[in-house]
Design a protein around this ligand. Structure first.
Ligand code: CP
Length: 344
């Protein structure tokens, strides 16, 4: 057995594998508050490493990670690849466009095939909600959801929480998320980022407002713990942070908004709207951004206010933490092999 070389969070969480007893990371749903905090705390060491000129660790040396992306990605795919490589793993990216899925192979057979190659972790993005869970049932190793349809994008929510935590600490806010008002505005209906963020930020103690045109607001969103708004000005009043989302045209069948021009007029983030927020409010966007639609360019680039590039930076650290934590049991890290596991 080996000890984890990096255990910054020890002492504040249940010992060993009980700190994060899940087999995989399919969503924020099902995670306890202390499990979310554990992943955030674990990521801090990787934020530090990533800011050094030498960014290499041997934590996952000898392990094989497969990134299987069946949907386009820039940030998530690259950051999972960088995360695995910085941890010393062998990382393989499966190009779905060139895979045998195109020849009619089923998703389950693809999962079984990846499993037979004895991957140590599989990262999956898919356009269908629930597809990642379907593959997770077929494989022996941890599966990480890199975004499935409209369902969840858990590592995005975790990296958003880590980004916010850093920015709030820099502003001297010691209670961080407690009572923090975060407004998420955009295409809430089709957004897995919104769903994962509502669950994550609420669990951490924030008040989450969601704002969208009626056609892009899911029914019963309040049951998830979010306060729904259709009036963007009202949703911005006193907010500490605003997270803008793009229109997910690729998931829309039919017309959900009158026109992009009208949408921008009612729901685009401008300097005037930002002024309605609390002083020093923070601006976030998971990317990719549609400048001039949901966010004006000058706001997206506003130094000290926009956290957009910081979110990308934190994405690598969070994904390193998730890969490290989820492979500890298989690596025989002290106290992890013995702990029972829950599927998630
Ligand atoms: N935020 C996000 O998931 O970006 P990508 O689609 O580029 O991965």
């Amino acid at each position: 057995m080996t000890s984890s070389p990096n255990t910054p969070a020890m002492g504040r969480y249940p010992a060993g594998g009980l700190a994060f007893p899940h087999r995989g990371l399919l969503g924020i749903a099902g995670l306890q508050n202390h499990e979310i905090l554990f992943l955030l705390d674990e990521a801090e060491q990787w934020v530090e490493l990533n800011r050094r000129s030498a960014k290499h660790s041997e934590t996952l040396a000898g392990l094989t990670i497969i990134n299987a992306f069946f949907e386009n990605s820039t940030r998530t795919l690259l950051s999972f690849e960088i995360a695995g490589k910085r941890l010393g793993a062998d990382v393989v990216n499966m190009q779905a466009a060139q895979s045998s899925i195109k020849k009619g192979e089923t998703l389950i057979d693809t999962g079984v095939t990846l499993n037979a190659m004895r991957a140590d972790a599989i990262v999956i993005r898919h356009a269908s909600s629930g597809a990642v869970a379907l593959i997770a049932d077929q494989v022996a190793c941890p599966v990480l959801n890199a975004g499935d349809g409209q369902h969840e994008h858990p590592t995005q929510a975790l990296l958003d929480a880590l980004t916010l935590r850093h920015a709030l600490r820099e502003r001297g806010r010691s209670d961080e998320f407690n009572g923090l008002i975060v407004t998420i505005c955009g295409d809430i209906l089709h957004s897995r980022v919104a769903r994962s963020n509502i669950l994550c930020l609420s669990s951490l103690g924030a008040r989450v407002r969601v704002c969208a045109p009626p056609a892009l607001m899911p029914e019963a969103i309040d049951a998830m713990g979010a306060e729904p708004y259709h009036d963007f000005e009202a949703a911005m009043d006193g907010a500490d942070a605003v997270m803008m989302l793009r229109l997910q045209n690729e998931r829309m069948q039919g017309q959900f908004i009158p026109s992009p021009r009208e949408y921008r007029h009612l729901y685009g983030l401008t300097a005037e709207r930002l002024n309605r927020c609390a002083p020093n409010a923070l601006v976030m966007h998971p990317g990719p951004m549609n400048r001039g639609v949901e966010i004006e360019s000058d706001i997206a680039d506003l130094m000290g206010t926009s956290l957009v590039t910081r979110q990308v930076e934190m994405g690598v650290a969070i994904r390193m933490a998730c890969l490290d934590v989820l492979t500890r049991r298989a690596r025989g890290v002290d106290g992890w092999a013995e702990a029972g596991e829950r599927s998630a």
